[in-house]
Structures are given as structure tokens and as C-alpha cells.
Design a protein around this ligand. Structure first.
Ligand code: DOR
Ligand code: ZN
Length: 347
């Protein structure tokens, strides 16, 4: 009974939160995702952001053009919510069949969020329409501004904005994206069934000590920032619990090595290379590998009302070393855990 499995075959997973950028960067990173995942919810925080169905259609085509001919991959598009998004655009989005959600960034909260929402109340007419159309709202749930400590921004967002929002729009489907705190886990658990939650590999594997271990480590810097060990444990407990409210979303967010390793480094961890192996490592650390398939391959599809995938992927217990750097654009791309050993490998 105690012998460790040497292989794990599960239904092909989907990534419910992914950044793939555009242009040369898109071409460089997309094949990593299409190798592991059948579908991914594509974040719209390009420059300029993807605000309309027409822009999403064009971006979708550029993504499809970047899929290697050996892979089958479906990009699930999102719109970037602004103060000026109209309810009519929501109707169009739902009718398109390829826009699956709307992303809320508080203005100034993170990478390319300048056009984000300045006051959540400004979007009530849009939320009303999303609720009527059953189009999910994906939340970057952090307050902005210097009055709130960077480690408390998610918790304060729940109290100030998320709890009231869920009350105001009881039928709105909401995803608390990249949850990082015990408070978020508790909120999602207690909320109704239309509230879901994605969790990244870095937040399952690390607490905030990782950012400062022996010096400052920019490749562990993402937003929302890593939190305390008690938060990591709560996230791991939720992810491995078998609750359908919690599902896989890597938030893999590629930035050049130069823009990470600098005096004002960009936020984001790149995990598309080895996402499934990282999640397997986290699940195995608490003896819950048997819960990986639900989290990675079933619960997100069920939440979004999409069919579960039919094909499978296999992970093998095989130790390999994560590359120090991958080819990218004007400088390289440093993956999460670069140079370290990983005990699982997708075949
Ligand atoms: O760390 C992050 N990187 N958090 C985000 O919210 C955005 C993302 C990015 O686009 O780089
Ligand atoms: Zn993200």
C-alpha cells in the first residue's frame, strides 16, 4: 500500500487561468500549454487589452496560429472589463460561443491593469447582464492603494467588494482567481455553488519565505503575492479536498528574464512548461494524488458548463532538471523552479 505509484494517467486537464501574451512571446510559450492542456482560459491583459468580442476573435485566431500542428488546443477567450464595457458587448460575448468569461482587474492592481475598473459599482449594469446571460466573472481580487498592506489586499477585497458583490448578484457565476489566502478558501467554501476558485502551483508549493530566501528571488514574485504558511496549507487542503469549487488555473505569466531580474521586476511566474508536474508534486506532498484528476480535469469544465475532455495524459515518476532558461523574446524566460529537480514528468 505504501509503495509510491510510478505512473499516473488522468483525463487531459485544462488550464482555467493563463497568460500567453502576443506576437513572438505567444509563439514561444503556447506550445508548452498545448502539450499539456486541451483548453485554457486566456487572460485579456494585452497592451492594449482585449475589450471587445471583435478583438477577442482576432486574438483567438493568433493563438490558434501558434498551436503546433501536432496538438489540438482550444483557447477559451475572455474580455477585459473596463469602466466603459457595455451590457450589449456582454450579449455579443455570450452569443459568440468563444468568449467564456469577463475578467475584472482593479485599475492599477497588476501587469497591464491600467484600463481596469476604477470602481466596481460602475459595472453593475454589466454584472446584471452577465448574470442574465450566465457569463462568468473572473476576479483579480485585490484592493489597490497604499492604505492597505500588500499582504492584506486579497482579504480586504473580500470584505469590501466580493462579499457585497455576491449578495447583490446572487446568480452571477464568479471565479475567485489565483486565491492566495485562507480567507479566500473559507469565503469560497461558504459561498453558493456558483462561486468557484482557481489555485496556482506556486501558491500550493510556497509561502512568502520563498521570495526572500538568502536574498531577493524575483522568480517567486507574482500577484497576488505569496502569503503565509497557514495560507498555503489552506489552499493545498482546498485543492486536494475533492470540492468541485476549486480547480486548476496556473496563472502562468511569462516575462523576459531581463524584466524580472531588475530593480523593479515584473510580477508573474512561468509554469506552463511543467504545470501538471508541479501540481502532482503538491498533491503528492499530502498523499492526495488521487484527487488531482478532479481538480485538473473535471471541476473547471463542470463549472464553465463545458464537456470534460475525452483524451488522457500520463505522468511518469522520473526525475529531471528544470531548465535554467527557455528561448523567449529579446531575453530568455526563466521557468518556476529553474535548475531544480522535479520527480514527475509528462510523457
Ligand atoms: O503575477 C501576475 N502576473 N499577476 C497578475 O495578475 C498578472 C500577471 C501578468 O500578466 O504578468
Ligand atoms: Zn493572471
Amino acid at each position: 500500500m505504501s509503495s509510491k505509484p510510478t505512473e499516473l494517467t488522468i483525463t487531459r486537464p485544462d488550464d482555467w487561468h493563463l497568460h500567453v501574451r502576443d506576437g513572438a512571446a505567444l509563439k514561444a510559450v503556447l506550445p508548452y500549454t498545448s502539450r499539456q492542456f486541451a483548453r485554457a482560459i486566456i487572460m485579456p491583459n494585452l497592451k492594449p487589452p482585449v475589450r471587445t468580442v471583435a478583438e477577442a476573435a482576432a486574438y483567438r485566431q493568433r493563438i490558434l496560429d501558434a498551436v503546433p500542428s501536432t496538438d489540438r488546443f482550444e483557447p477559451l477567450m475572455t474580455l477585459y472589463l473596463t469602466d466603459n464595457t457595455s451590457p450589449e458587448e456582454i450579449v455579443k460575448a455570450k452569443a459568440s460561443g468563444f468568449v467564456h468569461a469577463v475578467k475584472y482587474y482593479p485599475a492599477g492592481a497588476t501587469t497591464n491593469s491600467d484600463s481596469g475598473v476604477t470602481d466596481i459599482r460602475k459595472c453593475d449594469a454589466v454584472f446584471d447582464m452577465m448574470q442574465a446571460q450566465d457569463l462568468p466573472l473572473l476576479l483579480h481580487g485585490e484592493v489597490t492603494g497604499d492604505d492597505v498592506d500588500v499582504f492584506d489586499r486579497e482579504k480586504v477585497f473580500i470584505d469590501r467588494h466580493l462579499a457585497p458583490l455576491v449578495k447583490r448578484f446572487p446568480n452571477l457565476r464568479v471565479v475567485v482567481e489565483h486565491a492566495t489566502t485562507r480567507a479566500s478558501v473559507e469565503f469560497v467554501r461558504e459561498a453558493h455553488a456558483r462561486v468557484g476558485c482557481t489555485i496556482t502551483p506556486q501558491h500550493l508549493l510556497h509561502n512568502r519565505n520563498a521570495i526572500f530566501k538568502g536574498g531577493i528571488r524575483p522568480h517567486y514574485y507574482c500577484l497576488p503575492i505569496l502569503k503565509r504558511e497557514e495560507d498555503r496549507k489552506a489552499l493545498l487542503d482546498a485543492a486536494t479536498s475533492g470540492s468541485p469549487k476549486f480547480f486548476l488555473g496556473t496563472d502562468s505569466a511569462p516575462h523576459t528574464k531581463n524584466s524580472k531580474e531588475t530593480c523593479c521586476g515584473a510580477a508573474g511566474c512561468f509554469s506552463a512548461l511543467h504545470a501538471l508536474e508541479l501540481y502532482a508534486t503538491a498533491f503528492e506532498s499530502v498523499g492526495k494524488l488521487d484527487q488531482l484528476e478532479g481538480f485538473a480535469s473535471f471541476f473547471g469544465a463542470d463549472f464553465y458548463g463545458l464537456p470534460r475532455n475525452q483524451s488522457q495524459v500520463t505522468l511518469k515518476r522520473e526525475t529531471w532538471t528544470i531548465p535554467d532558461e527557455l528561448p523567449f523574446t529579446e531575453s530568455g524566460l526563466v521557468p518556476l523552479h529553474a535548475g531544480e529537480a522535479l520527480a514527475w514528468k509528462m510523457v
